[in-house]
Design a protein around this ligand. Structure first.
Ligand code: GLN
Length: 452
């Protein structure tokens, strides 16, 4: 049924870069047979899933949305991919994304944009826009994403679904094509909180193949999603992300949600996190710096595309021609910005300063979590914007991540859940719930309570 749905809508939505219909059907049949033999299978066995095309898959292409990886076949599965398979999830195919996960709209994909199923003239968010659109369009009940600055929560918010960024290190980066290694975090998309928790649990947990993976038990996210009771829970509203510059319909739904939390027995207080306002500029130094280092591996020798290799040209010339042809404008912009910020004369002024800001943001979270159990804000300042509106204005594009970036810089857990539609455009609004490091279960507990 899901493959039929993909065939029906994907010409319009373009959520997928690759559909693996035959292998998906074969896997589904294999699960059926195991079940028929009486084998006890996990809760997600046989459930279809759409997989972001930034995770390596040994049986499908992996492009990261870039021409530079076109034609490349990874020799191994990412840890997340492997754990999906072990849980019996059926991978329907690979989803579209902004090139190397750099963007907020999926318009930076080298293979064309994805459209928002709610309104095909609007973006589905990004960078995991193919994954959010697939779930919102009922082409898959679940999908995977990665969140470096908001790329799970922001697309979830603007397509009206649930998207979770686990604690940094709680889900493995092994086989995830790197953008900014100190920030990149795999996480789940689903249409409800419990489904997201089940997927979160299925692929999370310690991985010796990732040196930043946390060696601790996965927080009890499924239990928390089932508990769904928040009487007495202390909720902090982040003053810095309340109202100013936000779309009226987003603010209205957010304030209603605050009232709903109070009616469910939560104690809501307003809190200031003063450094959060500096998170966006700090992120746009740190993320490009790490990107400029990570993307150096695309040297025309090791992976995918090679341009101009006529036996006469030098390796440097081939490298330059390959990168010129293989990287899109946003990726080039970030490599240049990052290289500049890391250069010896400017390192302290830019990268060093941004790292200090990062520490201040982590301290704001720590101080806040002495007073409250979770922090809340709108996930994004606006609903889904029209395709094309922000492509030539990187600053406007970057603002989509205003509220999501603090949790990335500090490594905290944070979820986006739907909280109604904006009056002025009828488009989905997201609520962000932020929790301490390894407090992922709190995100699910509050999210599930609001859902019921
Ligand atoms: N939109 C942000 C960026 O372009 C975040 C992307 C992400 O989380 N992968 O960097």
């Amino acid at each position: 049924a899901h493959l039929d749905r993909v065939a029906e809508i994907d010409g319009k939505v373009h959520a997928f870069l690759h559909v693996a219909a035959e292998s998906a059907l074969a896997q589904a049949r294999a699960i059926d047979e195991r079940r028929a033999k009486g084998e006890r299978l996990g809760p997600l066995a046989g459930v279809p899933i759409a997989h972001k095309d930034v995770f390596t898959t040994s049986d499908m292409p992996t492009t990261a949305g870039s021409k530079i990886l076109q034609g490349w076949r990874p020799p191994y599965d990412a840890t997340v991919t492997r754990r999906l398979r072990e849980a019996g999830l059926v991978i329907l195919g690979k989803t579209n994304l902004d090139e190397f996960a750099m963007g907020s709209s999926t318009e930076n994909s080298a293979f064309g944009p994805t459209r928002n199923p709610w309104d095909l003239t609007r973006v589905p968010g990004g960078s995991s826009g193919g994954s959010s659109a697939a779930v919102a369009a009922y082409a898959a009940p679940l999908s995977t994403g990665t969140d470096t600055g908001g790329s799970i929560r922001q697309p979830a918010a603007v397509t009206g679904i649930v998207g979770m960024k686990p604690t940094y290190g709680g889900s493995s980066r092994y086989g995830l094509i790197a953008f900014a290694s100190s920030l990149d975090t795999p996480g789940p998309f689903a249409r409800n909180v419990l489904d997201a928790a089940l997927l979160h649990e299925a692929f999370s947990g310690h991985d010796p193949m990732d040196s930043t993976s946390i060696d601790a038990p996965v927080p009890g996210v499924v239990e928390a999603a089932k508990r769904a009771d928040i009487a007495g829970l202390r909720v902090g509203v982040v003053r810095e992300f309340d109202s100013e510059g936000f779309q009226a319909g987003v603010v209205a739904r957010f304030h209603e949600t605050v009232e709903l939390l109070e009616s469910l027995g939560a104690k809501v207080v307003e809190l200031s996190c003063p450094s959060f306002t500096t998170a966006l500029p700090a992120y746009y130094l740190i993320a490009p710096s790490e990107c400029s280092s990570n993307l150096a591996r695309f040297d025309a020798m090791r992976y995918g595309l090679r341009v101009g290799d006529d036996g006469e040209r030098s390796a440097e010339e081939v490298m330059a021609m390959t990168r010129a042809a293989g990287f899109g404008p946003e990726v080039k912009r970030r490599i240049m910005l990052g290289t500049y910020a890391l250069s010896s004369g400017y390192y302290d002024a830019y990268y060093g300063q941004a790292q200090k800001v990062r520490t201040l943001i982590a301290r704001d979270f720590e101080a806040a979590f002495h007073q409250v159990d979770v922090l809340i804000s709108p996930t994004t300042p606006t609903t889904a914007f029209p395709i094309g509106e922000r492509v030539d204005d990187p600053m406007a594009m970057y603002l989509a991540d205003l509220c999501t970036i603090p949790a990335n810089l500090a490594g905290n857990a944070a979820i986006s859940i739907p909280c109604g539609l904006a009056d002025e455009d009828g488009l989905p609004v997201g609520l962000q719930i932020m929790a301490p490091v390894l407090g992922d279960d709190r995100c699910y507990r509050v999210g599930a309570a609001l859902e019921t």
